[in-house]
Design a protein around this ligand. Structure first.
Ligand SMILES: Nc1ncnc2c1ncn2[C@@H]1O[C@H](COP(=O)(O)OP(=O)(O)OP(=O)(O)O)[C@@H](O)[C@H]1O
Ligand SMILES: [Mg+2]
Length: 168
């Protein structure tokens, strides 16, 4: 077990959360599972949109709330071939997360971004990047963003993640 690490940053507007997503997308590897955690409307989909841009996904990435899962093809220079964007908000039981067959959808070459990922964490494997967005009181456009990397593959990328999310 390689343990876990945690990094905290802030974003001060939606564009900054998008940029954070795009910067992290450059570090994606096939099979990654990224959990997006936080209250309704905090910015999980905004992050996912930036991540998709970073992967060269064409066309709009919208909240998959009513479809649960959407798949997108990544651009030719992306480190992964496809993005699987899921939203577990409407699921009531962990067995339903298993039914989504996210790992099958991922195949050997995709990355999964899972909104309300904490709900599915028990069945989504131990090697995850968990990103928790928290609103800041009295600062409507500011979010604190906590990144927790778990497992060997994210342990290897700790320094790279720190570099990617560093304020600039
Ligand atoms: N710093 C910020 N980062 C991200 N979004 C922000 C920020 N400041 C304000 N916003 C606004 O917050 C809203 C976030 O909406 P978004 O759909 O991404 O939330 P969500 O977490 O996916 O919600 P849901 O739980 O319904 O899926 C957007 O309207 C966005 O413009
Ligand atoms: Mg959303």
């Amino acid at each position: 077990m390689s343990g876990s690490w945690s990094i905290c940053v802030h974003t001060d507007r939606p564009e900054a959360t998008r940029a954070l997503g795009a910067a992290l997308a450059a570090l994606a590897r096939p099979g990654d599972v990224v959990l997006l955690v936080g209250a309704l409307g905090v910015g999980k989909t905004v992050f996912a949109q930036g991540f998709a841009v970073g992967l060269g996904v064409e066309g709009p990435v919208t909240s998959p709330t009513f479809t649960l899962v959407r798949q997108y093809r990544c651009g030719p220079t992306a480190p992964v071939r496809q993005l699987v964007h899921a939203d577990l908000y409407r699921l009531d039981h962990l067995s339903e997360v298993a039914d989504l067959a996210l790992f099958e959808l991922l195949g050997g070459d995709g990355v999964a971004l899972v909104e309300w990922g904490d709900v599915g964490a028990p069945v989504l494997g131990e090697a995850t990047l968990e990103i928790t967005l928290v609103p800041e009181p009295e600062e409507p456009d500011r979010r604190s963003v906590r990144l927790v990397g778990r497992g060997a593959s994210w342990a290897e990328r700790r320094a790279a993640v720190a570099g990617a999310v560093a304020p600039r």
